[in-house]
Design a binder for this molecule. Sequence first.
Ligand code: RAT
Ligand code: ZN
Length: 423
Amino acid sequence: MPGVISDKERLWQVVSEAVDRTPVTDMHTHLYAPAFGCLGLWGVDHLLTYHYLIAETMRQTSLSYEDFRALDRKAMAEHVWRTLFVEHSPYSEACRGVLTTLGRLGMDVSSRDLSTYRKWYEGLTYRRFVDLVFSVAKVKTAVMTNDPFDPEERELWLKKGDELKKDPRFRSSLRIDPLLYDWKNQYRVLRELGYDVGPEFSPGNRRTVEETLRFLVDWGRRMDALYLAASFPPDFDYPSNSTASDLLDHCVLEACSRLNIPFAMMIGVKRRVNPSLGLAGDMVGRARVEAVERICARHPDRRFFVTMLSRENQHELTVLARKFRNLMVFGCWWFLNNPSLVEEITEMRCEMLGTAFIPQHSDARVLDQLIYKWDHSRRVIARVLYRKYETLFDTGWRLTTNEIERDVSDLLDRNFWNFVKGM
Ligand code: RAT
Ligand code: ZN
């Protein structure tokens, strides 16, 4: 067999190079294409004021939440830097991420000099920086989280439309949390946009159901969305006597069917347990995998991307994916995106699903973060894959370089696209 790998040293080299070099499709980010203007965040001050770091800072500072919130972005970044990087050692995952990013961009992290990092960015534009970051991180496509309920973003879609879709590196997903969980306020957005919906969502109100469906299909088309998506609280149940469940049954899944795209469910987040922390104030909770089981069973023709936030849900979810081919497990989400947990979860998924899952997404909010999120994840994925191939090697099975590259492309790229296309 050409390219056959005959020893473990070579095996490690092939696996680590394949994982390191394969361009990824990052299926869930909060990034924006350059055409979205100031919605796109980048630079060291945004890196330092990432909400993951704000949560850590507020544990180590005597500043009140109010005083911290009153600081401007630069002062906030300086406070985070001093608190987490100077007064303590920055080995938490989110802190280390800042250092990996600056280092991979060519800055000297040993200087500990925030002002030189700021200077490094001077003269760069977001547009040029996208080229640099995508090439350093080896990301070929980033899927955005596009929210028509955000007034600023909605305006852009209405005014600029196609211009927002010109950069092929950025693709859209239509995010609908406000519709599912805040109907009593958000129905007004639909009305303002010309959809004839009422203040109560009830399946018996045919006009409201049809108009909501029309809204979802129109916006899915407007964005050219690759999937519809929402996050769900730990107590999400399906089917259940709730607006969210009714909306799924009567509008959301039908919209997915008409658009021929999957629905992505991110389950297990308890929003705003500490509202003073803003985005950093959300909590994790153990959720009900049975809800996913029932939705997959009831809708065999629909496709579901699912990630769950609680570590305790991971085994059950992985087993469920063995039962339903319309379920694609993805990512180690948010509080799970730490090397020890990524390692454990990825290994388990490899053992039960082979190559049929999507190991990671970045959830990057600041463009620069693509660099560290993928750098850190690739290292763990390479280690886990090597161990799996090593166990194969020990049986006497021999692999070729092409086979390993094929598997890695499936995991980091193709599984996503095939599932989107329904292949
Ligand atoms: O990881 C995060 O940044 C979270 O704040 C959330 O955005 C989460 O990923 C989500 O998409 O709801
Ligand atoms: Zn997210």
